[in-house]
Design a protein around this ligand. Structure first.
Ligand SMILES: [Zn+2]
Length: 268
């Protein structure tokens, strides 16, 4: 638990945008101190470029976005309040195209735009049960940030997102991709791939499924949103590009990720 978060819960105030940013900054510093990160600019540059292109077309709060790669084989991505988005190396290696990676980034960006984490904190305050409840919800109090980040994702810093939040982030992601010129079908094919991987290597995607409940019905629901969105099948929307595959090759060429620590709290 960060000091600021604890103080806010104790005071029972609602979460302002400045506080949201400060909480995100605090949590991001903790994650980056403890989780192995890929920092070579020539590798990470692609995620920064793609993420910024997606976020800038949809963000009307002018947040200071940051996109970073966690050097972990397990497939995961997460966002912290205020515009900090993390994607694990394993997810990049599993993505098949630029629009699939854009689909995941668009989903995480949407959690930030919709202030889902801030709402979680506000909800915890309203229960008036104080810090211990939030600790129970979050794992962060008794586990180190790296384990939480790699295996469960930033959602665990606050609480896992509800099905409602997930559905809302999925449909917002359709607009995020389209405004930046990417084919929203990438969301659907990435989700389908994650479900497929769950059949073959459940250990690799357990964290994603713990922090982002994902079932077939979510794929059906996003498909419905895409069908109902005019222009979603425009032929000029980008499905893939060469830069993505060059980026993926640079990721593949890196030394293997350090072994991932065990998931926090036993099983996710
Ligand atoms: Zn999510």
């Amino acid at each position: 638990m960060t000091g600021l978060l604890a103080a806010m819960i104790a005071s029972g105030c609602s979460v302002s945008e400045d506080q949201e940013k400060a909480i995100g900054q605090d949590a991001a510093a903790q994650v980056e101190r403890e989780a192995p990160m890929i920092t070579e600019p020539q590798v990470s540059e692609y995620v920064t470029r793609l993420g910024s292109a997606l976020a800038s077309k949809s963000d009307d709060r002018n947040l200071d976005w940051r996109f970073r790669i966690v050097d972990a084989e397990v497939v995961n991505a997460f966002a912290l309040p205020g515009g900090f988005v993390y994607v694990n190396r394993g997810l990049i290696e599993h993505a098949g195209s630029a629009s699939e990676l854009a689909g995941v980034l668009g989903h995480e960006i949407s959690h930030v735009l919709l202030r889902h984490s801030a709402q979680q904190i506000e909800k915890a305050e309203k229960t008036n049960l104080g810090v211990s409840v939030v600790c129970g919800l979050t794992n962060i109090c008794s586990n180190n940030a790296a384990r939480v980040a790699i295996n469960v994702g930033g959602a665990a810093l606050f609480a896992r997102f509800s099905r409602h939040d997930e559905a809302q982030a999925d449909s917002a992601a359709v607009g995020v991709l389209m405004r930046a010129g990417y084919d929203p079908q990438g969301i659907v094919s990435m989700f389908a791939k994650l479900l497929e991987t769950r059949e073959q290597r459940p250990d690799l995607v357990a964290g994603w499924f713990a922090s982002h409940p994902l079932e077939e019905d979510r794929i059906v629901a996003v498909t419905r949103v895409i069908r109902a969105t005019s222009g979603a099948d425009a032929p000029n929307l980008v499905k893939d590009d060469r830069a993505f595959h060059e980026f993926q090759a640079r990721i593949h060429a890196l030394p293997p990720s350090p072994p991932s620590p065990a998931p926090p709290g036993g099983s996710p």
